[in-house]
Design a protein around this ligand. Sequence first.
Ligand code: HEM
Length: 525
Amino acid sequence: MARLELEALSRNASLSSLGASASAALADPASVALPLALAAGTVFALYLAVRPARKRIPGPKGWPLIGNLFDWPSHYQAETMQVWQKAYGPVTQLSIIGKEILFLTSARAISELFAKRASTFSDRPKLIFSEELCGMHVLHPMTQFGADFKDQRKFMKEVLAPEVLRNHEALLDDEGRRLLRSILATPNECDRHLRRFSSSLSLRMVYGFEALEIDDPHVLLAEEMMQLAEYAVIGGWLVDFFPSLKHLPRWFPGASFQKRADYYRAKITEMISLPWNEVREKLITGTTSPDSFCAVNMRKYDDGATPRTEGLIKATATAIYGGASDTTASAAWSFMLAMVRHPEVQAKAQAEIDAVIGRGRLPRMGDKNDLPYLTQVVWEVFRWAPPVPVTLPHRNRVQDDFDGYIIPKDTTMVASLYSITRDEEFHAAPDEFDPDRYNDGKERVPYYVFGYGHRRCPGADMAFAQLFHQAAYIISCFTLAPLKDTAGTPLYPPARWAGEMVRKPEPFGYTIKPRYEGVEALFRE
Ligand code: HEM
């Protein structure tokens, strides 16, 4: 910031001196030059004295030239941001080799910039490594806010808008029953079953493929793509700070990132094209669902579809799958952890299900309004363990200001949703898992875990529906409990999460048993 202000000032100074010398040239140069210079100097000094002070946004002290290069939080971003919040307040600034990066940790700052001023703050930073070298610019999470972005959102609405979610109930039910059967068969492998549920549901919704196993080649390819996409985006690549490094030849010592980028690009292209071509073939032979995202959009835009439209749709399909699978699997696993740690919450939710639905059928989405406690449990899982603790980076397209600070054009901004979940102004005893906190509107429902403004998660309603559905199915048929030691004392697992962009609980011990004899009759078929 200081650097930019200095630049601006010196530009002003040289403009005034240019103006001064131009006038002087028209008159007698010798007689007017000195008074003009004095006048310009006085005006400039007065300007410095009376201009509103521009504060530098606080942040860790950097090094000469490289600035805060070593402060970049490649790991544990949310925790680092909590530490910075205590030290520097709700907005922390890093300057890395001329790039400004802001870390936002208060709901006020985040909603002001990302929601109220969404038209300014909804671009993504231009990342050389992931966008240019790996070719990820075509994926919706990386697309700049503009015509392509708006079209991609329009395509997504076909399968994700609240009014069409009903179309996925049969899928949710089918996958839900499979999940319950798997849990009954191999109760120790719940993590695997939940991941299979998420991958299979997403791939069926997006491509219409048959229900898939976790080691299905489509799932493996997608998982690999997700891992490398995460690595590419938050890896802190030097080429993003020194763009000219992108011209280094592949053989040059230290240019191994080029080879890595080639591999990533190939995988991403494969993930975008392979399933799309398969859907096209299967639609011709009538061997895939006509209701998937790809089928619906292919039909709709096939006549006269331009290569641009096809490119946008198939990349959007990849983005939906990428956005949906890890995040929802993480949320489901956190739900399981919460139930193991809080038997009283589980018992209360089960009592509500019994009272409203009984034991003759499985719950469904349509029961949501009659299950307010379970609804609060699901929201509390999202708050207690936000699967995406920190938003993807945003960028402002024009200079703006906030609280008296200047935010230069092209500043990168990362917002911690985690810090809102832990803000005592909004949530009392924030580390506690307490679904009753939302009783009678006491505390705000954490819709914010899906982000703010134009970039808010397009799958938020689907994500809620999915977790509600899984939670209702699982605890209406099974009871989770902690392991016990030899004396019979429950061993409550610690609440610990791992991962960077998407966080999921660390492995934990549990038992899961059918709630009553004959429960499998509800999901056998
Ligand atoms: C537990 C579930 C989920 C959570 C917590 C979550 C959260 C988020 C967050 C915080 C963002 C970043 C917002 C920002 O950059 O400001 C995001 C982006 C995104 N999410 Fe989700 N999400 C979830 C599930 C889903 C699902 C089910 C889908 C698709 C069906 C999805 C698709 C996407 C996409 C495509 C983006 C990129 C949006 C953009 O760049 O404009 N997400 N999500």
